[in-house]
Design a protein around this ligand. Structure first.
Ligand SMILES: *[C@@H]1O[C@H](CO)[C@@H](O)[C@H](O)[C@H]1NC(C)=O
Ligand SMILES: *[C@@H]1O[C@H](CO)[C@@H](O)[C@H](O)[C@H]1NC(C)=O
Ligand SMILES: *[C@@H]1O[C@H](CO)[C@@H](O)[C@H](O)[C@H]1NC(C)=O
Ligand SMILES: *[C@@H]1O[C@H](CO)[C@@H](O)[C@H](O)[C@H]1NC(C)=O
Length: 201
């Protein structure tokens, strides 16, 4: 083969390899295979002030909890602003508040704790609510839902941050409210909603 042909052949080959490489990298980023919706799990939950609330027919409760969240992404740094919480039993708020935001690296696990106060203070229970809440307390099985809303964004392997979006986490838990000095948690199940910026953002 003449030298010139060999030289151009080599350059062509290098360019093809580069294009193929960039295409594969683009495909990897485009499919977002290294991104994953994080998981949440309630580890501890304690409701206090329930008996006093039932005695007064007015809700003044405090909810203390520990929640774990795991970043399952391979190459994904997650940034959370402050979390806004509400704890509900049917239509009755039993905890309301905020937990400071944090950021979390790939494959990392973080724990956060909160101590929330029912809102508004001294909310009156009507006769039906009073009877149902008393029953749940006496049976020792009270269903609650914990709602979290947080502004979130992530950084992927390109080093660019996504737009901020509102992520929502909803945990359905059941507690035994009569336990006073340990976790009251019987069951928990958390769902992550609206983390769909993974598809279109
Ligand atoms: C609620 O009231 C009952 C009697 O009406 C009383 O025995 C009990 O100690 C009260 N409990 C609380 C937590 O205030
Ligand atoms: C909840 O947290 C507050 C503040 O950290 C604390 O004073 C209170 O004793 C806790 N209550 C329970 C039931 O753990
Ligand atoms: C009590 O409040 C609930 C909402 O929490 C409502 O659905 C119900 O009709 C009310 N019952 C009475 C007797 O007012
Ligand atoms: C992730 O966790 C590891 C070990 O738990 C820690 O060394 C590392 O600093 C964490 N990285 C980030 C970015 O949070």
């Amino acid at each position: 083969m003449p030298k010139v042909v060999k030289k151009y052949g080599c350059i062509c080959f290098c360019i093809s390899v580069c294009i193929l490489g960039l295409t594969l990298f683009g495909y990897y980023i485009g499919t977002g295979k290294f991104l994953e919706v994080p998981s949440f799990q309630v580890l501890d939950f304690r409701l206090s002030g329930l008996d006093e609330s039932l005695n007064m027919s007015r809700v003044n409760t405090r909810s203390n909890f520990t929640i774990e969240t795991h970043n399952r992404g391979k190459n994904m740094h997650i940034y959370y602003d402050d979390f806004h919480f509400s704890v509900q039993w049917k239509n009755v708020n039993m905890g309301h508040g905020r937990v400071a935001g944090f950021s979390q690296g790939s494959k990392n696990t973080s724990y956060f704790t909160g101590s929330l106060q029912s809102h508004p203070a001294n909310r009156k229970l009507n006769a039906t609510e009073q009877a149902q809440l008393m029953e749940a307390r006496n049976i020792g099985s009270m269903p609650l839902s914990i709602d979290m809303i947080v502004k979130t964004q992530w950084k992927d392997i390109s080093g660019l941050k996504s737009d901020k979006f509102d992520a929502r986490v909803e945990c359905q838990i059941t507690i035994e409210p009569r336990i006073s000095a340990a976790s009251q948690l019987l069951e928990q199940d958390c769902k992550v909603l609206n983390f769909k910026c993974l598809e279109d953002c």
